[in-house]
Design a protein around this ligand. Structure first.
Ligand SMILES: [Zn+2]
Length: 473
């Protein structure tokens, strides 16, 4: 088996990989509850002669599956968690839930899990047929959406012997990520007051609801005085009760803080905690702060990004046929002009005016962006960030849906179980497999990628998780 036969190997086995993706799409399990998905993927890998290790970093659905021996150890990251409230029928371009209020793969992690598995199996075949030294290791990473599973895995040393990490994400465009993401953390703020009759004895009450409202007011004033890129989001998770004639003695608000770097994020978080304490002081209540989770910004590795991009150019964009175009066209009619303009604006920013214009009338992206290593971050966060701090990492996105489809929508769920996603997924698998094979055959790449990472981090990784914390569902 040579490098050139990767394409035909993946095409010949595509029914297995598509079935795995569709199975996980149907399981649609939330973070840390992905028991069937984790079981299904790890069983498949075991059948492919991988050695499976389960229950990593205290998470029953986290696993690794290794094949081969010796260096380099190349990790391919797979995810499989779904999102709540995004249940949607497959390939249906009208909003229609499968399960009322149920879960759905609105971020396409079903394809991410199965596509990374396809790449791992292809590399295994290459190692086996050519009797090469090197280890390919699939990581089943749970709870990307709600629990930063990879951050726990990094904190607990699961990636300690890994040399290179590769991953991908389904999207509406073809791209190797040369841009950073934001560090993100979340915390609950719980206020405790004293309840009283709101009319008869309000002076005896201490309102936890007032405290929470004042905290939110304070946080909204804080926004102007933090760095432009930092973001605060909140959800009121407990208003204290439904009776206005009772002074509420409890309340809870859930905050996300995002910033370009972990240290900036913690600086904003400390000030947010001061705001909460101030609100408690003003209202004579108490506040309890529970840090829930944190994840680091993503550091793209240029050495690996350029290699992956060369392989992407070789493989080309997913080959969509006329039926795929028709389906994508239908989905495109569900987007507003503003949504389409927004997507084209992003393409313009990264790929230039000419490319954006060429895609204006198209329903799917057939353009593979050349690699651009850009010193800026995109909004949003991923726990691949923590992996990228300790192991040189590269990831790509492939077109798996109609152009202008955004993640975390019913349209995304619908298309993640369609031929569009299947083709995008197989494309990603081919690019990752070729990249891994190049790394196996050229040891200098690993050295260069490691040096590049060290120059950026100086070997320092400050895990944004509390020391003894465990993942929370
Ligand atoms: Zn995602």
């Amino acid at each position: 088996m040579n490098r050139e036969s990767i394409n035909s190997f993946i095409e010949n086995r595509k029914e297995d990989f598509i079935k795995a993706s569709d199975m996980i799409w149907e399981f649609a399990e939330l973070g840390l509850e992905e028991h069937q998905s984790s079981e299904y993927l790890s069983n498949l890998l075991r059948e492919e002669e991988f050695e499976v290790e389960k229950n990593l970093a205290g998470m029953p659905t986290a696993f690794s599956a290794s094949y081969g021996s010796g260096k380099p150890i190349i990790a391919i990251l797979g995810e499989f968690d779904a999102l709540p409230g995004l249940s949607q029928k497959a390939s249906t371009y009208e909003k229609e839930e499968v399960v009322n209020g149920g879960n759905g793969h609105g971020c396409g992690h079903n394809t991410l899990g199965a596509g990374s598995l396809a790449a791992s199996v292809a590399v295994k075949e290459y190692l086996k047929k050519n009797q090469k030294s090197g280890t390919i290791r699939y990581y089943g990473c749970p709870a990307e959406e709600n629990g930063s599973g990879k951050t726990y895995m990094v904190r607990d040393g699961i990636f300690n012997d890994v040399d290179i990490a590769l991953s991908w994400h389904p999207m509406d465009t073809n791209n190797v990520m040369g841009i950073r993401t934001q560090a993100c953390m979340s915390a609950y703020f719980r206020f405790k007051g004293v309840s009283a009759h709101a009319a008869v004895s309000p002076h005896l009450g201490r309102s936890a609801l007032d405290a929470m409202e004042l905290m939110n007011v304070g946080a909204n004033y804080l926004r102007e005085h933090i760095s432009k890129e930092a973001l605060l989001h909140y959800a009121i998770t407990d208003g204290g009760g439904k009776a206005p004639n009772v002074v509420q003695d409890k309340s809870e608000v859930y905050y996300f803080v995002r910033a370009p770097k972990t240290n900036d994020m913690f600086e904003v978080y400390d000030r947010l905690c001061d705001v909460a304490k101030g609100a408690a002081l003003m209202t004579g209540t108490e506040v309890e702060i529970e840090f829930v989770e944190g994840l680091s910004d993503y550091i793209p590795n240029k050495t690996l990004g350029e290699l992956m991009s060369d392989n992407f150019s070789e493989v080309g964009s997913p080959k969509f046929d006329s039926e795929d175009h028709k389906l994508a066209e239908k989905f495109k009619t569900t987007f507003t002009d503003q949504e389409i303009m927004n997507t084209l604006g992003q393409i313009r920013m990264f790929a230039g005016e000419e490319v954006a214009r060429s895609l204006e009338d198209k329903s799917v992206c057939d353009y593979v962006s050349p690699y651009r290593h850009i010193d800026m971050h995109m909004p949003g966060s991923t726990d691949v960030g923590d992996v990228s701090y300790v192991v040189p990492t590269a990831q790509l996105t492939t077109a798996c849906c109609a152009l202008a489809t955004t993640g975390h929508t019913w349209q995304f769920t619908a298309q993640m179980c369609s031929p569009l996603a299947h083709k995008g997924m197989l494309t990603a698998a081919k690019v990752i497999a070729l990249t891994a094979i190049d790394i196996i055959n050229t040891p200098d790449i690993t050295e260069k990628a490691k040096t590049e990472l060290f120059n950026q981090t100086k070997g320092i990784y400050n895990c944004p998780l509390p020391k003894d914390s465990t993942p929370i569902k």
